[in-house]
Ligand binder design. Structure first.
Ligand SMILES: NC(=O)c1ccc[n+]([C@@H]2O[C@H](COP(=O)([O-])OP(=O)(O)OC[C@H]3O[C@@H](n4cnc5c(N)ncnc54)[C@H](OP(=O)(O)O)[C@@H]3O)[C@@H](O)[C@H]2O)c1
Length: 371
């Protein structure tokens, strides 16, 4: 049965425990096929007896980790989870079932599971007589997994186009050289953000010209941590000696020039967020197809006067046709400037963190009935 009302002290306790669950969830990997989820179990007395977070596809879900820590103390207690417990059997069993088996009396979650296969866990819990409360710190929970939620709403991975350019918009010099436009701090920042995506994508032109490794590397140049899939698109064969084919990290050459086909192939591989690194031809193809959601530009205070532009032709002739972006962050990184800007894609209707600020107020302390 769903909670009809929750008293203020219980509500405040739910919020405190959900904050902790969100903190735990944030320890999970970004760029994974699965969302970041955190869970806290309190016993009958309200004492925390188990904590967990999801560490990536194929590993135990947050609830299962927390339940195994709690053991029999979970019986009659409350589970506080950032995402509605799943109802399906994937690589692991349904979490809703595990909570029922453990005998918890109440489950609190921040947001409903939007996925067609895993959703419905709340209803499963209620059918088993477990009280549920949703809508606690929804905004913070949504912010944990924006690319993941986007990919389900849009039916394709989220695309971030990153480029480095001089102040006059050149992404390479007239002789083709482009190393390095920005300083070491900006390049370190790129590696940090690369690690948060599921795939790094370039065109054959960049591989043939620059021979990039497309890995996430530390300051000493060695590969570190989670490595996104390396993806090259374009019809030409890649040189056998290309670093992207060195086997150190999985790589994929998609022999197509169609951005939508590339995103479909990546969605089929459960990639939720693509880090598009160009070059200018491929960037223009994605922009032209309306398949770029965010732009991250690293601008160096340097001028070249000639050389490749940051982006190829977009078929724009008049200033009134300019593709206008919405900047949401301007940061100085060493001597360079990083600008983050979004491009409105009309198809997307997922709740953004900002939109949920309002939603949380109205759904706070409510039951699942309103879903
Ligand atoms: N500063 C930066 O951030 C940055 C980043 C990347 C690259 N770059 C620079 O960019 C230069 C390379 O430029 P680029 O434009 O050749 O690189 P690119 O965009 O990586 O590759 C272009 C190639 O990709 C293939 N391709 C894939 N989809 C396509 C489509 N929809 N339309 C047309 N072609 C498509 C084509 O080759 P096929 O014939 O094989 O199909 C095309 O020649 C290098 O000098 C590199 O240094 C700069």
């Amino acid at each position: 049965m769903a909670d009809r009302e929750v008293s203020t002290p219980v509500r405040q306790r739910d919020i405190a425990l959900m904050s902790r669950a969100i903190e735990l969830a944030a320890r999970g990997p970004l760029g994974d096929p699965n969302p970041r989820v955190g869970a806290v179990i309190v016993d009958l007395r309200g004492l925390v007896v188990g904590e967990g977070f999801h560490q990536g596809a194929g590993t135990p879900h947050a609830e299962v980790m927390a339940l195994s820590q709690a053991g029999p103390a979970a019986r009659g207690g409350t589970a506080v989870v950032t995402l509605e417990p799943c109802a399906h059997t994937g690589r692991t069993g349904p979490c809703a079932q595990a909570l029922i088996k453990a005998g918890v009396a109440r489950v609190v979650f921040a947001q409903a599971d939007p996925t067609p296969t895993a959703g419905g866990g709340g209803a499963m819990l209620e059918a088993a007589g477990i009280r549920t409360t949703s809508g606690v710190l929804t905004q913070d929970s949504v912010a944990l997994n924006e690319a993941w939620a986007f990919s389900f709403a849009a039916g394709r991975p989220r695309v971030t186009w990153k480029y480095a350019a001089t102040l006059d918009g050149r992404s390479a010099a007239a002789d083709g050289s482009s190393r390095w436009i920005t300083g070491p701090q900006a390049r370190a920042d790129v590696h940090r953000l690369r690690a948060q995506c599921g795939a790094i994508l370039v065109g054959t032109g960049t591989v043939i010209r620059d021979d990039p490794a497309l890995t996430v590397r530390g300051p000493d140049g060695s590969a570190v941590g989670r490595q996104p899939l390396r993806v090259v698109m374009g019809l030409r064969p890649l040189p056998e000696t290309a670093r992207v084919l060195d086997g150190a990290v999985p790589a994929l050459h998609l022999r197509t020039r169609d951005p939508a086909q590339v995103l479909k192939a990546l969605a089929d591989r459960q990639i939720r967020h693509v880090w598009l690194e160009g070059g200018p031809t491929v960037a223009a193809a994605f922009l032209g197809a309306g398949l770029v959601d965010e732009v991250i530009a690293y601008l160096a205070p340097a001028l070249l006067g000639a050389g490749a532009p940051a982006v190829g032709g977009l078929g724009i002739h008049g200033i009134d046709q300019a593709l206008r972006l919405t900047p949401h962050e301007v940061t100085t990184i060493g001597p360079d400037i990083r600008i983050r800007a979004s491009i409105a894609t009309a198809i997307i209707t997922i709740p953004t963190a900002a939109a949920c600020a309002t939603a949380t107020t109205s759904t706070s302390n409510t039951t699942r009935e309103g879903r």
